[in-house]
Design a protein around this ligand. Structure first.
Ligand SMILES: [Zn+2]
Length: 465
């Protein structure tokens, strides 16, 4: 799965269906059904993120999914960026609508029409709101479940500020909040790349992207944060009265992680040949109890013991289940390993005799015994699993950060991770670079151009999804 690209794609598509995360057989291309296992993980992320945003002063909102064409089209650069991707509602029954209505591709325009009404004075600022919702984009590139769809789930945050400084401060706060979601909760390593001018969000003055690396070496953008400057506030007329009674345009930012892409990265980065490996915090089932008995005479007392374990886990607030199916224990083990359950608890006759249990970690496969009255130590084991997943993923990520010094080296390393290289700043050189990799960021470092040798800037690049 590590090296072979096609093998990874195959593995990815198979695990989505086998683990019942989603079903991609819905009869509209690029639209999927989220099933229990996938939706549970997404809800965990959503709740965690919403709390962080609300603690940082965001108010929850929910705007309508439809945006009138004249509102969507107000900011010309913005609409130009999305024009090809908008789904339009043109009819109600047999009647053609007076105005075409767009299914939101993102909510800047819908919200900022209202920001104009909500913001009056400097006391109304900063204004920070967020919403978790679906957005719609008619993707023309090859669609891929959770990674590139025509309907996707995200959380979008929007803010308005008195000045540029306060807007920038908010972006820094968002970087921290997203960092917690991505790395602390999901144990995923990432890099924030400031996108080059030509790759910014339509209408933004600056775009920061959160990129992670998939097992096939391609990067996946999992979240973005944009500085919008006064572009939208000037077009939508969002002004406030300052202390001297003067009317000024607000400064704005917007940002969002894609829950689908986060789930895709979670599955891919931590998964192995047996299937999913889930951090305990997001796992729908954290402990699966497997009763083991060899003769029918044992059945009743083992079941009693398993029930007692379950009761204890319930008391400890651990999400758990007992597998009472008729399958052989070996098959049960495979099944729950494939589903990524962090800890398996086996309850057999020998365990019962000693009043203990056999526990097996999904991340390391390590087997050990635990006394019944030490089950309260399981949360500590969960912490160890979480730390281990984070460390293993970080190590793999670091191995994929590659410095290249020549075009030849770049060709050899393209598709293996994030390549950093030098670029003089001239188009003729970047064209040669972009034949092999996409440019994630251009910074004022000092690098020697890998094409012409002149000194200039430094670039992060990769093959991207
Ligand atoms: Zn050059």
């Amino acid at each position: 799965m590590e090296e072979d690209k096609d093998k990874f794609s195959e593995w990815y598509l198979r695990i989505l269906e086998d683990a019942e995360l989603i079903d991609s057989r819905y009869p509209i291309k690029g639209m999927i059904i989220y099933r229990r296992w996938g939706l549970f993980i997404i809800r965990q992320m959503q709740q965690y993120l919403e709390k962080l945003l609300e603690d940082a002063g965001h108010e929850p909102t929910l705007f309508p999914v439809l945006i009138p064409d004249n509102v969507l089209g107000k900011e010309t650069e913005h609409i130009a960026g999305f024009e090809e991707q908008v789904f339009w509602v043109t009819h109600a029954g047999a009647n053609e609508l007076e105005r075409k209505l767009a299914l939101r591709p993102t909510s800047e325009t819908a919200m900022y029409e209202t920001f104009r009404l909500w913001i009056r004075s400097h006391q109304d600022l900063p204004l920070k709101i967020h919403q978790s919702c679906t957005v719609y984009r008619y993707e023309t590139k090859h669609t891929r479940p959770l990674i590139r769809g025509r309907e996707f789930l995200w959380n979008e945050g929007h803010s308005a500020h008195i000045d540029d400084e306060d807007a920038r401060k908010n972006i820094e706060e968002i970087k921290e909040i997203y960092g917690k979601l991505i790395n602390e909760m999901l144990c995923l390593p990432f890099m924030v790349n400031r996108r080059p001018e030509w790759d910014r969000f339509p209408g933004a003055t600056d775009t920061f992207a959160f990129d992670t690396i998939m097992p096939n070496g391609k990067t996946l953008q999992i979240a973005t944060a944009h500085n919008l400057g006064q572009n939208f506030s000037k077009v939508f007329g969002i002004t406030y009265e300052d202390e001297k009674g003067e009317h000024k345009h607000v400064y704005q930012t917007s940002y969002g992680p894609s829950f689908g892409r986060l789930l895709a990265a979670l599955i891919s980065v931590h998964g192995d040949e047996k299937g999913l490996v889930l951090p305990p915090e997001v796992a729908p089932i954290q402990c699966i109890i497997v009763p083991i008995f060899f003769k029918d005479a044992d059945k009743e007392r083992i079941q009693k013991y398993a029930d007692k374990v379950r009761k204890k886990l319930d008391e400890l607030g651990i999400r758990n289940d007992i597998d009472y199916s008729d399958d052989r224990p070996g098959n049960k083990f495979y099944h729950w390993e494939m589903k990524g359950v962090p800890l398996r608890i086996e309850a057999g006759p020998r365990d019962l005799e000693k009043n203990e249990l056999t526990i097996v970690r999904r991340d390391t496969g390590k087997k050990s015994q635990i006394k019944f009255d030490r089950l309260c130590e399981i949360p500590k084991i969960f912490d160890e699993i979480t730390e281990n997943l984070r460390a293993v993923a970080k190590k793999k990520f670091n191995e994929r950060l590659i410095k290249v010094k020549s075009i030849d080296e770049m060709k050899k390393s393209s598709g293996r991770g994030i390549l950093s290289l030098g670029w003089c700043g001239k188009d003729e050189c970047s064209e040669k670079i972009e034949k092999h990799v996409d440019i994630l960021s251009v910074d004022d470092g000092k690098g020697k151009c890998i094409v012409c040798g002149k000194s200039g800037k430094s670039i992060n690049s990769a093959n991207t999804y």
